[in-house]
Ligand binder design. Structure first.
Ligand code: A3P
Length: 328
C-alpha cells in the first residue's frame, strides 16, 4: 500500500509550514506505516499531529459537551453507540417509523473524532450542525485536551481495555485496512512498539493513567469505564454511564416489561450493530465500517500472543502502574 492509499490521518501530506518546522525538532521514530512524532508525550503520525494542533488552537468546550475518549481498539465504537442510544431515548420521537440514528449512520459518523476528523484540516471547523449536547470523540491523552474543568462542566467518558486484547485487536484492524493477510511479523512489530511505548497515541500506560488520574481528580467530569466490566455486567455499566451523563433511568423505565436498559444493550450489541446495513457498507476515516466490528471477546489475546509476550507485557504493566492505584 503506497502512502496515498493510507488513511489520511496517517499520512504527512496535510502539514502547515509551522507544523513542518515544529516536527523537525520533535523526537521521531518509524514503524511499518510511516514516521511518528512525539508531541507533549504522545506519539502521532504527521497529519494526526496537525489535527491535534488545530484542535488545541481552535476547540472551545461548551458546558454540555460530551467527549468519548479511548486508546484505539479499546471499545470506542461500542461506547459511542451506547451513549447515542442513551441520549436518543430522551427525545420525543414523533414518528415511530423514523430510523434510529444508529441505523442511519455508523457510530463514528454520529460521534466524530476531534483530532483526525473535525480538526484534521482546520482549527475552525463548522460545528453549527451539532445540537446540544454535542458528542465528540478523541484518542488523545487527557492532558493534551487542555480542558479547564474548573470553568467547563463538559464530560468525558473513557473506556479502557486489557492491553493484550487491544494489541491483538489492533493487529487485526491494521491488517484489514492495510489489506494485508494476517501476518505474525506485524503482530511482533506492534508488540515491540507497545513495549517500547512508541505506538500511535501511546505510550499506552500514560494514556490510561492520564484518564485514571483525571477520573480521581474530577469525578464529575471524567468517567473511567472498563471494556471487561461492560462485557461482564453490561446493565450495571450502562446505568452508571446514564447516571454520569445526567440521564439516569427512571423508575418507570426500570419497571418496563421489556426494560429500556435491555433494549439499549441489545441495540448496541456487536451482533446487532454489525448486522445493520449501514455497518456492512460504507466507510469512515478511510476504514470500512465492517472493520470496526470483530469478535469483541475478553481474553482473545490468549489465542495469539506467546507466553513470553504475555509475561513481558505483564511485567511492564506492573512496573508502570505501581503506586498509581490503577489495577486491571
Ligand atoms: P476485537 O478486535 O477484539 O473483536 P474500537 O471500537 O475502539 O475500535 O474497538 C474495537 C473492538 O471493539 C473490536 O474488538 C470490536 O470487535 C469490539 N466491538 C465493536 N463493537 C462492539 C460492541 N457493540 N460490543 C462489544 N465489542 C465491540
Amino acid at each position: 500500500m503506497n502512502e496515498k492509499e493510507l488513511p489520511e490521518q496517517l499520512r504527512d501530506d496535510n502539514l502547515s509550514e509551522e507544523t513542518k518546522t515544529l516536527i523537525s525538532s520533535l523526537p521521531s521514530t518509524k514503524d511499518f506505516i510511516g514516521k511518528l512524532y512525539n508531541y507533549q508525550g504522545c506519539w502521532y503520525y504527521p497529519n494526526t499531529l496537525q489535527g491535534v494542533l488545530n484542535f488545541q488552537k481552535g476547540f472551545k468546550p461548551q458546558e454540555t459537551d460530551i467527549i468519548i475518549a479511548s486508546y484505539p481498539k479499546s471499545g470506542t465504537t461500542w461506547l459511542k453507540a451506547l451513549t447515542v442510544a442513551l441520549l436518543e431515548r430522551l427525545k420525543d420521537i414523533s414518528s415511530s417509523d423514523a430510523l434510529h440514528p444508529l441505523q442511519s449512520d455508523n457510530p463514528h459518523g454520529i460521534v466524530p473524532f476531534l483530532e483526525f476528523g473535525l480538526y484534521l484540516k482546520s482549527s475552525t471547523p463548522d460545528l453549527t450542525k451539532f445540537s446540544s449536547p454535542r458528542l465528540f470523540s478523541t484518542h488523545m491523552p487527557l492532558h493534551t485536551l487542555q480542558i479547564p474543568f474548573e470553568d467547563s462542566p463538559c464530560k468525558i467518558v473513557y473506556v479502557c481495555r486489557d492491553v493484550k486484547d487491544v494489541l491483538v485487536s489492533q493487529w487485526y484492524f491494521r491488517c484489514a485496512y492495510l489489506q494485508k493477510e494476517l501476518d505474525k511479523r506485524l503482530l511482533e512489530s506492534l508488540f515491540e512498539s507497545l513495549c517500547n511505548g512508541v505506538g500511535y497515541f501511546g505510550p499506552f500506560w500514560e494514556h490510561v493513567l492520564s484518564y485514571w488520574r483525571g477520573s480521581l481528580e474530577y469525578p464529575k467530569h471524567v468517567l473511567f469505564m472498563r471494556y471487561e466490566e461492560m462485557k461482564s455486567d453490561p446493565a450495571v455499566q450502562v446505568k452508571r454511564l446514564a447516571e454520569f451523563l445526567g440521564c439516569p433511568f427512571t423508575e418507570e423505565e426500570e419497571e418496563e416489561e421489556s426494560g429500556s436498559v435491555d433494549k439499549i444493550l441489545e441495540l448496541c450489541s456487536l451482533r446487532s450493530l454489525s448486522s445493520m446495513e449501514i455497518n456492512k457498507t460504507g466507510s469512515k476515516y478511510d476504514v470500512h465500517h465492517s472493520n470496526y466490528f470483530r469478535k469483541g471477546e475478553v481474553g482473545d489475546s490468549k489465542n495469539h500472543l506467546t507466553h513470553e509476550m504475555e509475561n513481558k507485557i505483564n511485567m511492564i504493566i506492573e512496573e508502570k502502574y505501581k503506586g498509581s492505584g490503577f489495577k486491571y
